[in-house]
Design a protein around this ligand. Sequence first.
Ligand SMILES: Cc1cc2nc3c(=O)[nH]c(=O)nc-3n(C[C@H](O)[C@H](O)[C@H](O)COP(=O)(O)O)c2cc1C
Length: 321
Amino acid sequence: MLPPILQNLRIPVVASPMFIVSGPDLVIAQCKAGIVGSFPALNAREKDGDPIQLEAWLTRINEELDRHNQSNPDHPAAPFAVNQIVHRSNARLERDIEICHRYKVPIWITSLGARTEVNAAAHDCGGIALHDIINNVFAKKAVEKGADGLIAVAAGAGGHAGPLSPFALVQEIREWFDGPLLLSGAIATGGAVLAAQAMGADLAYIGSPFIATTEAHAPQEYKQMIVQSGAMDIVTSSLFTGVSGNYLAPSIRNAGMDPANLETADASSMNFGGDSKPKAWSTIWGSGQGIGAVKDVVPAATRIDQLAAEYAAAKDRLAHL
Ligand SMILES: Cc1cc2nc3c(=O)[nH]c(=O)nc-3n(C[C@H](O)[C@H](O)[C@H](O)COP(=O)(O)O)c2cc1C
């Protein structure tokens, strides 16, 4: 049984948080269209001395979704989620947890580290905590530390993808875990959302297709590259963050590097402490393998309408097998 906060979505989809790309415009559009929208807390950055951006974003999201719910009592917005990077180099973590607790963020997504205090803060303000993992060992650790649900990040996902097949990963987790399970990795159609459920997941976790939306905080060239690329254009490299991640090969070529001959970097170079990316890498763009399904840049609501129509059609098709 899913926790009430994850029930009653229009389709069983959580939009994943994406560094730089996800901000309040995208989150509000996703929630109004009936799926969970999310953003990384680290995307809300202010200059020294300026008002705290994370507070401003949470205020705006809460106000706009409240307004929407008052005018659309029959189609209330889905809840939103905030992602915390639980890594020792994230110097803002404590401050951001305090803010999210004060604003009663309903869904907390944690990555790169499972910590009991973060889960406890989510629970204390009435929220739930979902932790992303790439294998069964990390999954068990996350649940031991108090996560309510798991996000299985399988092969082909954008960002820090895992190496495992989604079939293997979901199967191993479902042997011992019957709580909320989200699956991610190259899910880009309504049929793939239904396939995730058929495998044993409760919800699909979708990122890259939302880069090619009008509300995404990304340069036009990035959005167009998503539209023009397919699975063969995605390369896996640890060079840019210290952890294996998936990137658009054309963006690597445009930056003067050969995507087929990239050096490796080790995990000790991971740094979420500030603007750590070298300038030359600011145009290296991340993406999962599912983007062959993305044919145009559209408002997020249009992408979600399409996913919903495909999901219904896939259900209908299977019912007649
Ligand atoms: C450009 C980009 C940035 C990402 N940034 C983050 C992040 O800051 N935090 C996080 O937990 N996951 C991040 N992810 C991973 C996503 O949350 C999610 O696992 C992934 O998008 C799912 O795969 P898909 O893109 O194939 O749908 C990012 C993914 C992409 C494509």
